[in-house]
Design a protein around this ligand. Structure first.
Ligand code: LMR
Length: 398
């Protein structure tokens, strides 16, 4: 049987990390996969995470399974973090949440739920979108289509064209949106655009599917979820994939959540029953550790405050890096071509360079971006900014 399989190429984004690791140059800079790095170049374990782990380990008495929906205090906290404590959807009891295996696991479970509902249309994704969105959706048996989102050469959001395209979708169409810190572009809809999105989606009876993986790293915990909160107020159904990888620095612990906002409490409970069944036949029981850490932080006001402080500091640092890099590029090129880097939010921006320029960055300058010229700004330690700007200028001049 195995002999019938043909090899598939490695994941193009994850291959960037491998290529970086194999590069012996002392000047190498990894701006590929989205992980935050501090000024010393490491991806730190947040202080609150470390403290929570110590508390948990000293008192843990069993490794017996957690229940099927995962850690319940964790799920309740994630709902409040995403929606705000007093959201009407929470008050109306039309929200259910299941712990998932990272944000990607949440995307997969939502995709399976969509398929289970008998949906036959294509899921609309932004052009461009995260390199793994289409594989996850198609892997669950869904078709995909793309709506205009971003003008890559001009470095700007195409809000009008997005709204126009979504206005033409069939009622019931599922539309994947990035809650904030759009990956790969860093360009988010403005608050006014979210209001228009909510209006179009309500009028056309579209179903938003929101991927919120970078809450707190763009403009702030509340601001980064404002679009999602509005959709959940205005629309009867919203599907949400949440991730704790970046917001809590828990990358390898693989913790996230699926949140379904349904028309009423009964429909929400039915969705939860299906999510539990889907999880059971995928991996049976969720892992404990990551969600337990988040629940511990949520239950301890001092840890909670410290986590928020560190997240604020990370965000300020990334915004500072954006400013420095845009400034260095302005000086190198004597033009504002890359000024959009400073205005965008979250970990990524897209340089808009052709494939050969991305290869020259890698081969001649040892700078590793994603293949589509996405740059993980949050991966810069800071010291390399001048060299990175010089290299980007060199490959973009010719
Ligand atoms: C990224 O886009 O780099 C991150 O979301 C990590 C990943 O799994 O691709």
């Amino acid at each position: 049987m195995l002999q019938t399989l043909k090899p598939v190429p490695p994941d193009a984004l994850l291959a960037v990390t491998e290529a970086f690791r194999a590069d012996p140059s002392r000047d190498r800079v990894d701006l590929g996969v989205g992980v935050y790095r501090d000024a010393t170049g490491i991806t730190p374990v947040p202080r609150a995470v470390r403290a929570a782990e110590q508390k948990m380990l000293s008192r843990q008495a069993t490794k017996a399974y957690v229940g099927q929906g995962g850690n319940r205090p964790f799920a309740a906290f994630m709902e409040k973090l995403a929606l705000g404590a007093n959201h009407p959807a929470l008050r109306d009891g039309r929200v259910v949440t299941l712990q998932s295996v990272g944000g990607t696991g949440a995307l997969r479970l939502v995709a399976e739920l969509i398929r289970l509902s008998g949906y036959t249309g294509a899921v609309q994704v932004s052009n461009p979108t995260w390199a793994n969105h289409v594989p996850v959706l198609q892997g669950a048996g869904l078709a995909t289509a793309a709506y205009p989102y971003y003008d890559i050469p001009a470095g700007r959001l195409l809000a009008g064209r997005m709204l126009e395209a979504l206005s033409a979708c069939e009622p019931g169409t599922v539309v994947l949106l990035h809650g904030s810190c759009h990956n790969p572009t860093g360009a988010d809809p403005e608050p006014g655009h979210w209001a228009e999105l909510a209006e179009v989606m309500a009028r056309r009876q579209l179903v938003p599917f929101v991927d919120l993986a970078y809450q707190g790293l763009g403009r702030g915990l509340d601001a980064d979820a404002a679009g999602l909160r509005l959709l959940c107020e205005r629309l009867p159904e919203v599907l949400v994939a949440l991730s704790c990888s970046k917001t809590f620095g828990l990358y390898r612990e693989r913790v996230g959540a699926v949140m379904c906002v349904a028309e009423n409490a009964a429909a929400a409970a039915t969705s939860m029953s299906h999510l539990q069944a889907l999880a059971r036949r995928n991996y049976s029981m969720p892992p404990d550790h990551g969600a337990a850490i988040v629940a511990e932080i949520a239950s301890d006001p001092a840890l909670h405050a410290d986590w928020q402080q560190e997240l604020d500091d990370m965000r300020d640092r990334v915004n500072g890096l954006r400013k420095s890099l845009a400034g260095a590029l302005r000086s190198e090129l004597d033009s504002g071509r890359f000024d959009f880097i400073e205005q965008q939010a979250g970990m990524f921006s897209m340089l808009g360079l052709p494939k050969d320029a991305v290869e020259r960055l890698r081969n001649e300058h040892h700078i590793y971006t994603a293949p589509d010229s996405r740059l993980n700004v949050a991966g810069l330690s800071g010291k390399e900014i001048a060299a990175v700007a010089r290299a980007i200028a060199a490959v973009s001049r010719t």
